[in-house]
Design a binder for this molecule. Structure first.
Ligand code: NAD
Length: 290
């Protein structure tokens, strides 16, 4: 397949590299990122999509996605697929999909989880929104870049699934970290806390698979000086998207809002930028009640 790949940063670069390794012809467009081996550089996104059967975007946010979509949709071949894998707001995902469909293209939003490690290893999970037909068309590409793809419903539902999942993740991380900090102050050993909670009703993916306490549980960023992993500012981005979506549909999400406020303070005022999102534990551990 001839595939245009637009946005070859931390995630897009290794995803494009895996498509090349699987034998596809990949034309890349990115104003700064280097092209992985085998990816042919195009001068612009518009040039990249000429004659391509699929265009994949992996961009920082909804505004950039909308601008790139305006540029490439008129240049894409009829019947080609516009596959956006960026994490963006639901409204942008739906607007771009309807513009693409109005131009005779197939469209699918498919944000990912799995991070840079998953992108490199080809083990991402794709949360897809769009038609069954579009899903069937891009499934072989998902199989190369990832290990799982779930069709979540019509356009925008991939983004909806992603932000709901990450809202749970952010809230759970904070709850787990504040509980560890309380346990410290009560004189409860962190290992004992893990032994109990990981097999009791407080268990979660955060506690059991990504424990924020160094030296406790399976290896996680906490064991590597809280180097990301999943950076706090990316968690903040996803939490902000969850609150934007909640606002748009009048959903009451008090815990999601509080988690967003805490990560915003952590990233902007408390030195959390560039640390893994589990670095909330040392933050809580050094604080008192006020
Ligand atoms: P990144 O900043 O490393 O990459 C984005 C790339 O887009 C950059 O190389 C940039 O130059 C390029 N770009 C910007 N404007 C462009 C344009 N007009 N035309 C072409 N290219 C353009 O970001 P990333 O970490 O690769 O993340 C990409 C997306 O994936 C984001 O939406 C992010 O939220 C999501 N995501 C990231 C992770 C992660 O762990 N990094 C995990 C899951 C999802």
């Amino acid at each position: 397949m001839k595939i245009a790949f637009i946005g070859l940063g931390n995630m897009g670069g290794p995803m494009a590299a895996n498509l090349v390794k699987a034998g596809h012809q990949v034309i890349g467009a990115d104003p700064v990122a280097p092209m992985p081996e085998g990816v042919i550089r195009a001068a612009s996104p518009r040039e990249a999509v000429a004659g391509a059967e699929a265009a994949i975007t992996m961009l920082p946010n909804g505004a950039i996605l909308r601008a790139v979509a305006d540029e490439i949709i008129p240049a894409m071949s009829p019947g080609a697929v516009f596959l956006d894998c960026s994490t963006v707001d639901v409204d942008s995902a739906r607007a771009v999909a309807s513009a693409a469909e109005a131009a005779g293209l197939m469209a699918m939003d498919a944000p990912v989880s799995g991070g840079i490690g998953g992108a490199t290893a080809g083990t991402l999970t794709f949360m897809a929104g769009g038609t069954e037909e579009a899903f069937a068309r891009v499934k072989p590409l998902f199989d190369i870049m990832g290990q799982k793809a779930v069709l979540c419903g019509p356009s925008g539902n991939g983004q909806a699934a992603k932000i709901c999942n990450n809202m749970i993740l952010g809230v759970t991380m904070i709850a787990t970290c504040e509980a560890f900090a309380l346990a410290d102050k009560l004189g409860l050993d962190r290992q004992k806390m893990f032994d109990v909670v990981s097999t009791s009703s407080g268990y979660s993916w955060v506690m059991n698979a990504y424990c924020p306490a160094p030296g406790v549980g399976p290896k996680s960023p906490a064991d590597n000086g809280y180097k990301p992993g999943f950076a706090s500012e990316l968690m903040l981005k996803d939490l902000d998207l969850s609150q934007m979506a909640a606002e748009a549909v009048d959903a009451d999400t008090p815990m999601g809002q509080l988690a967003t406020d805490l990560y915003r303070r952590f990233v902007h005022d408390e030195g959390g930028r560039g640390t893994d999102f589990s670095a909330m534990l040392p933050r809580f551990a050094t604080r008192g009640r006020a």
